[in-house]
Write a protein that binds this ligand. Structure first.
Ligand SMILES: C[S@@+](CC[C@H](N)C(=O)[O-])C[C@H]1O[C@@H](n2cnc3c(N)ncnc32)[C@H](O)[C@@H]1O
Length: 189
């Protein structure tokens, strides 16, 4: 059976993320991705997670503690666009994930935005190592979602093919705007 965009995002990360690597969860939310990444980076790797909602940090911290993985992740109550203030320009990132949109069952007015998402993507690509992957799962059914989806698509399409391979994965015959996945992989120099 074909994988959903969400499921496929994890498959794509599992293929590259290994113990000792660094990873980014750019939209922490309820912490599912942070937990997934923390498991993969092992004891010697690190996950850096961002969200603008206090509740997201709290929920994620609780999940990590319950799983015994809290030492593997650094949680930031600040926007992903500030990533450059937290990580040096030469810091190596192997995998990063964004779930764009709003947190289900939460304040629907708190959404990711094109300008800040773009800034964060640029900061991550600067640090992405060869064979590293930046993945975006774009939910776009809400007000403002289409603008962000357009930005991501345009940004991805403009990346130089000598440096990056970009994959687009989506179901094209489904109702209710299922999420669309983008995966940017840095090529070997
Ligand atoms: C679709 S949810 C993420 C779901 C999450 N991956 C999970 O496992 O539950 C989007 C999240 O992005 C967060 N967000 C909105 N603007 C942000 C920003 N500038 N930086 C980081 N997170 C942001 C929202 O607060 C929300 O929690």
């Amino acid at each position: 059976m074909l994988q959903t965009a969400l499921h496929y995002s994890h498959t794509l990360i599992k293929e590259v993320l290994q113990p000792g690597d660094n990873a980014i969860d750019a939209t922490m939310g309820n912490g599912f991705d942070t937990l997934f990444l923390a498991d993969l980076v092992g004891k010697t790797g690190k996950v850096f997670s961002f969200d603008v909602q206090e509740q997201a940090v709290k929920t994620t911290q609780e999940k990590l503690i319950a799983a015994g993985l809290d030492t593997r992740a650094q949680l930031y109550l600040q926007g992903h666009e500030t990533l450059g203030e937290v990580l040096d320009p030469d810091f190596s990132i192997k995998a990063a994930i964004f779930n764009l949109g709003y947190l289900p069952k939460s304040d629907k007015s708190i959404i990711t935005l094109p300008s800040t998402t773009k800034k964060a993507m640029t900061e991550i690509l600067l640090r992405l190592v060869p064979r590293g992957r930046l993945i975006l799962v774009a939910y776009y059914g809400h007000v403002g979602g289409t603008e962000e989806l357009d930005m991501v698509r345009n940004y991805c399409e403009a990346l130089p093919q000598e440096q990056f391979s970009v994959l687009n994965y989506q179901f094209i015959n489904q109702k209710n705007q299922p999420p669309i996945l983008f995966c940017i992989e840095r090529k070997k120099p």
